[in-house]
Ligand binder design. Structure first.
Ligand code: ADP
Ligand code: MG
Length: 374
């Protein structure tokens, strides 16, 4: 474990002794995203309720409310939050009570930096597993709902559009009813587009994969993007020469690049900015894959990647958690299917997606895809 290891978690430390407080701050404040410090159990409990930190490290003996009583109170609201108890007491009856409350780990005094960081790493691992399992459950249930909805609507829309086209054939082109029905056709086509994105999201649409050179595709899409971009936004291409082919569906991958680039354009807005589309090969280890979306069936190994990055507004943590949800959008109602469909398409291609983003600094969407071995 390196000196600058950072865990993307928030941590609450509860400790009354100034010297130990200082030690915890020195060793842990830079190892986590957000660090809270409370001077006793009551303050710890209040901070917990206010900020819902991912992990709690607490001393045992403290004025007002002690570490065990506070842990018991926290457990009522948060049955799964890892709690690490710092203590010099290893009596069996005490340990039994602590385990009964749901204390996850113990650290015996004197508290060493190595031990603290190892405990934190374990907690981070538990939290990541929990986050991933929640994501999978959410994805599965949303997929069932979106699938059912999209299939029913698909049938209804086919009937509407069929009848609209029949009606149009029998109406004079310049008549008022012809105009109205034309409008209805446009709206029904727009609805069909959303339904198609929902079907993409369920990753079950049947399309035939074939050998694709991503670089050729990226060049084509960039050409049409260049025509759409306002002068303030520049587009760079960074394609690795002689990329191995992948197996996929051109129109779907084109949609992926266009959706990501459209989001980058929105994120840059009226400012000056740059969008970069890159391709390359990379070796992904387990920890890289664990940080991806759709990582469940993805094995470590060599992958082709396609990345769209921008210097736009970036994203807050809350947005990052929800951005693939169908109809999640920070823009306006009726939006939010772009990335949901992207995720479905990536799933169909047996790939995964890794996102790095920081508010005000921009975002990187990197898709890894298996190479075509046939
Ligand atoms: N490159 C990006 N930079 C900043 N935010 C982004 C980016 N891409 C996606 N987002 C966020 O994710 C949300 C969902 O994206 P998407 O599914 O494409 O829907 P839409 O673009 O219609 O809002 C966006 O509303 C935006 O908040
Ligand atoms: Mg979008």
């Amino acid at each position: 474990m390196g000196l600058f290891t950072t865990y993307p978690i928030s941590l609450l430390c509860v400790e009354d002794e100034p010297a130990l407080q200082e030690l915890l701050r020195r060793h842990l404040a830079n190892a986590v995203d957000t660090f809270y410090l409370a001077g006793d159990g009551q303050e710890g409990y209040d901070l917990f309720n206010e900020h819902h930190p991912d992990v709690v490290i607490t001393d045992l003996m403290m004025p007002n409310i002690g570490g065990l009583a506070m842990s018991r109170m926290i457990r009522v609201a948060a049955p799964k939050t890892p709690i690490i108890l710092i203590t010099s007491c290893n009596r069996a009856d005490f340990l039994e009570e602590a385990i009964d409350i749901g204390v996850t780990q113990f650290l015996l005094k004197p508290v060493l930096k190595e031990k603290l960081l190892t405990s934190l790493e374990r907690c981070h691992h538990i939290i990541e597993l929990e986050r991933r399992s929640n994501r999978t459950i959410k994805l599965e249930s949303l997929e069932i709902m979106a699938g059912g909805f999209a299939h029913s609507f698909n049938n209804i829309l086919t009937a509407i559009l069929g009848n609209v086209q029949l009606a149009l054939m029998h109406l004079p082109q310049d008549s008022i009813p012809h105009h109205s029905i034309k409008q209805a056709e446009t709206s029904a086509n727009r609805a069909a587009e959303i339904v198609k994105q929902m079907l993409d999201y369920t990753a079950k649409g049947w399309f035939q994969g074939r050998k694709i050179d991503l670089n050729v595709l990226v060049k084509q899409v960039s050409q049409s993007l260049l025509e759409m971009l306002p002068p303030e936004i520049s587009l760079s291409l960074d394609a690795e020469a002689s990329l191995p082919p992948i197996k996929g569906e051109l129109s779907q991958l084109r949609q992926v690049i266009s959706s990501l680039a459209a989001n980058s354009m929105d994120a840059i807005g009226n400012q000056r900015g740059n969008i970069t589309i890159s391709t390359g090969t990379m070796v992904c280890d387990r920890s890289y894959i664990e940080n991806c979306w759709n990582s469940d069936d993805i094995l470590p190994g060599s992958y082709v990647f396609l990345e769209v990055s921008d210097t736009g507004c970036g994203m807050e943590k809350e947005t990052l958690e929800k951005l693939f949800d169908p109809f999640f959008s920070t823009k306006f109602t009726g939006r939010g299917m772009g990335l949901a469909a992207v995720l479905g398409i990536i799933r169909w291609h047996k790939g995964a997606i890794n996102i790095t983003s920081k508010p005000r600094f921009g975002s990187e969407f990197r898709i890894i895809l298996p190479t075509d071995v046939t």
